[in-house]
Design a binder for this molecule. Sequence first.
Ligand SMILES: [Zn+2]
Length: 80
Amino acid sequence: MAMLGAEGAMAGEGTSIDPICGRRVVEDDAESAEYRQKKYFFCSPGCRGRFERKAELIRVDELARMGALFAAKRATWGVA
Ligand SMILES: [Zn+2]
């Protein structure tokens, strides 16, 4: 069982910053999620859930940008 006994002194090896709430988490005890081949660690399933929803939005955003690129290409073909 993971008690939050890890104080700032333990910072560094094996710890990460929860990108959602900014808390330092011990990777072995943390919730983790992988996004684009990078592993992220979270203090709680709630933060992980929020990240996953955000990642979903980022993906949609990327797809939209890709769509914009294709649209731009189509436009250039029109010109050429
Ligand atoms: Zn958190």
